[in-house]
Design a protein. Structure first.
Length: 400
């Protein structure tokens, strides 16, 4: 019963996290676009940066942005902050349910580093905290005054975190932690910088003072950082479905590629919104496409293109691999799993009959041969030669 309850908790948390994330990303993208769409207007009051006309849902909207702040606080002021807060809270709770409560299954990989659940969780919390502290220190230092240098520094810090997580946790957990690392920075930007600066500006208006323009400038900088981090964070959060990324000894390098890829795409969109055209922006999408293609091709297994030994070419009968499935896989992937953590076969994949095993042969190849993501954490101790034998059986047609 407890396994079913935790599955429901995980599902509801994931649903909540995704919905809140959509709301947060939507407002982030909209306001960055809105800043870029501002145009000077004929009747523009003093102190206004520009206006933007929009049409949506059958109605027309007119938005204006002040250079610093209006002369007086309006009667009604809409804040955008809870989307960020609750996205992070729901994401952290989901991290706890899956990777902390299920530390032995999902967080820890003994082949990477033998850790107790308590130590692994402490390292996780420490890594997320240090990420924000390091990033915030960079922004407040002299480096923070140089956009290019700051971007390079934050990129290096994120890649360093990816490498560090990959040396401590399972590949799947390492990728999720990179997403949580960057997501924590984004939420902390809202909580510790953007909203406090806006509250200071509101307090100044209430007191009859002119708000400090530097407050808005700093908040805008952090908001723009969040905008550029969004695409890589979203990919990291769905990476658990794609072990071809994280079940590799060089998985941290793909994080670097994803960060650059997301940055190129986002910079193209932001540049276009700002009215930039020509060679200064046109190269960004082809470069992103070339990088994506390079990442994809690098995951291919070209070893089978060369000459193969007689042993590799020898046919493998189902009778040779069936005992492997029963010994290494059936504890979970069965209509009645022997593993107490499961009340039903994960994702409905059961290996109780030869027909079922043959039916799922493509998935078996991806998860156990190509990426070696299964058995989860290799808890049943599947040997490399057993994986190779299954691979040869599938390459031969996965027949009887």
């Amino acid at each position: 019963m407890s396994a079913v309850v935790w599955d429901w908790i995980g599902l509801l948390l994931r649903w909540t996290h995704v919905m809140l994330g959509i709301a947060w990303i939507g407002t982030s993208f909209h306001f960055i676009w809105l800043d870029s769409s501002l145009r000077r207007e004929a009747d523009q009051p003093e102190g206004v940066a520009g206006g933007s006309w929009m049409v949506h849902g059958g109605g027309f909207y007119h938005a204006r942005k002040f250079l610093v702040a209006p002369r007086a606080l309006p009667k009604e002021l809409h804040w955008f902050k809870y989307e960020a807060y609750f996205t992070w809270v729901s994401g952290f709770l989901l991290l706890g349910v899956i990777y902390y409560i299920g530390a032995n299954e999902f967080l820890i990989d003994p082949s990477v580093m033998a850790l107790s659940p308590a130590v692994a969780i402490a390292l996780s919390l420490g890594g997320l905290s240090l990420g924000w502290l390091g990033y915030d220190a960079l922004c407040r230092s002299t480096i923070g005054q140089n956009t290019a240098l700051l971007a390079i520094s934050v990129f290096a810090m994120a890649v360093g975190a990816a490498y560090g997580f990959s040396q401590i946790f399972s590949g799947r957990a390492a990728y999720i932690h990179v997403g949580a690392f960057l997501g924590t920075i984004m939420a902390a930007n809202v909580f510790f910088v953007i909203i406090p600066n806006q509250k200071k500006a509101v307090a100044d208006l209430i007191a009859g003072r002119v708000p400090d323009a530097a407050l808005g400038k700093t908040a805008k900088q952090r908001s723009l950082h969040n905008n550029y981090l969004t695409l890589p964070v979203v990919l990291m959060m769905i990476s658990n479905h794609y072990p071809l990324l994280y079940e590799r000894p060089d998985n941290w390098i793909y994080v670097a590629g994803i960060l650059v890829l997301g940055g190129l795409v986002r910079h193209y969109a932001n540049s276009k919104d700002n009215g930039v055209s020509g060679w200064r922006v046109d190269w960004l999408l082809p470069a992103a496409g070339a990088l994506a293609l390079g990442l994809i091709v690098s995951t291919f297994d070209f070893s089978k293109l060369g000459p193969r030994s007689a042993a590799d070419l020898a046919p493998v009968a189902f009778a040779q691999v069936e005992p492997i499935f029963q010994l290494r896989c059936a504890a979970c992937h069965s209509a009645k799993p022997a593993d107490a953590n499961y009340k039903a076969p994960p994702k409905g994949v059961a290996f109780d009959t030869p027909a079922e095993i043959q039916r799922f042969a493509p998935q078996i190849y991806r998860m156990s041969v190509l990426t070696r993501a299964m058995p989860l954490g290799n808890k049943t101790g599947m040997l490399p030669e057993e994986r190779d034998l299954i691979g040869r059986w599938i390459d031969g047609g996965a027949g009887n």
